[in-house]
Design a protein around this ligand. Structure first.
Ligand code: GDP
Ligand code: GDP
Length: 438
């Protein structure tokens, strides 16, 4: 599982700037769970071989007693609770403030690994200026400039060091062969626990022992019609007798980690609410992760024909990027429409693991080019020569040729359509990469 870094500090010290810096290495994966978490932003970052999740918190005033600052303090405490390590950001130019002391005291008592970063330190060659930050009692202070990217790599190294990450990160999507790793994702109250209990209460689901699940105690292995599954927890499930119940509040971090660890994600929506911002953020994150997806619209029993129409339309307009996924209308509570989900999950998994041979891919590519060749761009006309498969879950098709950096997004979508038609890829995103030689 990816480690989680929380950025904490008072307003205006440069947390968002640092957040952007830390998450820039892979573009646009910023999942902004506004609505639920107002001021918390979640993003993925990568340094060297290590991937991590960063949480950007709002301004933190641990002693705030009312209003928005109290709410922000609560949000920050939650983010810190979910983090493996905290980067405490202070303003190198502003010096130590009373608020910094409050935050420092809070973090010290917490006992979590914590790295102190003095931001806006560009051009400050004199270490003397930073000496006063020692009084925060958090050890050494590290000069950085988020705006200029100075000291940021070292800061990440320092933050990750206490976590003793393995040199070779485990391939999350692999797991046991023959086992589909499934995550049920969705915002609070869409019906995740209800659905999972409906499933796990079915007699046909046989729990089996799987090596490795003790380490990762929050996953539930089971079997259905001979297919083995591992349900990855997103809801903080604990077994109580025969029933699983959600013991924790909804956790964005857990959701993101479960998505990363899954082969297939069942995205659960609530028909009575339509598609909300938060649904769209979670969906966007699933897409970025490359995992296969099945979309289930729950509580279908509770909406009338008019509302059904509205929900269907909101899916088309707000989640157009999930067009490749199967849509199911279900009622977890009334056990309606649940059975067909298994087929859809198995299909999405099959698609995600699809094997495509180089000769077939190349033939399809050349046929597509013959049907419609890529547009010339100035002096360059992209020339496509052959294609091979570069990965699974998600399937990646690598196209080789010349001047391929001039291939337009529209043309890539045209190719994607062609490939999708040939291989049954319902349920999985497909990535197309261009590799130009000279
Ligand atoms: P946040 O409220 O802690 O998230 O702070 P922001 O990231 O919004 O930054 C507050 C202000 O500080 C903005 O005007 C930034 O441009 C500025 N800032 C951020 N990082 C740096 C830095 O490294 N050097 C300087 N000089 N300014 C910075
Ligand atoms: P979670 O937070 O996503 O795990 O959601 P829960 O499973 O706790 O469900 C939230 C609420 O929605 C509960 O009151 C459930 O009884 C209700 N609920 C769940 N599934 C359905 C359904 O299919 N139809 C209706 N009408 N209510 C449902």
């Amino acid at each position: 599982m990816k480690p989680v870094i929380a950025l904490v500090g008072r307003p205006n010290v440069g947390k968002s700037t640092l957040f952007n810096r830390l998450t820039r290495s892979r573009d646009a994966i910023v999942a902004d769970f506004a609505g639920l978490t107002r001021d918390r932003h979640y993003g993925n970052g990568k340094q060297g071989k290590h991937e991590y999740i960063v949480i950007d918190t709002g301004g933190f005033e641990p002693t705030a007693e009312s209003g928005i600052y109290k709410e922000m303090a609560k949000q920050t405490r939650q983010a810190v609770a979910e983090a493996d390590v905290v980067i405490f950001v202070v303003d190198a130019r502003g010096g130590v403030s009373a608020q910094d002391h409050d935050i420092g005291n809070y973090l010290r008592r917490l006992g979590k690994p914590c790295v102190l970063a003095a931001n806006k330190a560009e051009g400050m060659h004199d270490g003397q200026q930073l000496v006063e930050f020692f009084e925060l009692g958090l050890g050494e202070v590290h000069a950085v400039s988020a705006a200029h990217g100075q000291g940021v790599r070292t800061l990440v190294d320092l933050a990750l060091a206490p976590l003793n990450l393995p040199d070779e990160p485990e391939e999350a999507a692999d797991g046991e062969p023959g086992v589909i790793r499934l995550a049920v994702a969705g915002r609070p109250n869409v019906g995740k626990s209800t659905l999972i209990n409906t499933w796990l209460g079915e007699e046909r689901l046989v729990a089996f022992d799987m090596p490795g699940t003790t380490r990762d105690a929050i996953s539930v292995p089971f079997e259905r019609h001979g297919q083995r599954f591992e349900l990855i927890d997103t809801a903080g499930l604990r077994r109580r007798g025969k029933v699983f119940e959600a013991i924790e509040k909804f956790s964005v971090v857990k959701t993101l980690q479960a998505i990363e660890g899954a082969n297939v994600v069942l995205l659960l929506l609530d028909a009575t609410q339509g598609v909300t911002d938060q649904d769209a953020h979670i969906a966007g994150y699933i897409l970025e992760s490359g995992r296969a997806v099945v979309v289930a619209i729950n509580k279908w029993d509770a909406v009338d024909a008019y509302q059904r129409e509205l929900v269907q339309r909101s899916i088309e307009t707000r989640l157009p990027f999930l067009k490749f996924a199967a849509l199911h209308f279900i009622s977890a509570k009334k056990r309606q429409g649940i059975g067909p989900l298994w087929g859809a999950i198995a299909q999405a998994h099959k698609a995600a693991m699809c094997k495509m041979s180089t000769p077939v891919l190349t033939r399809l590519l050349l046929e597509a080019v013959q049907f419609q060749s890529p547009k010339r761009s100035g002096m360059f006309r992209p020339k496509m020569r052959y294609a091979h498969q570069g990965g699974m879950n998600p399937p990646i098709i690598v196209i080789h040729g010349n001047s391929l950096e001039h291939v337009t997004e529209t043309y890539k979508r045209f190719l994607e359509g062609r490939f999708r038609k040939e291989f049954d890829l319902t349920g999985t995103p497909l990535r197309i990469e261009m590799r130009t030689s000279a």
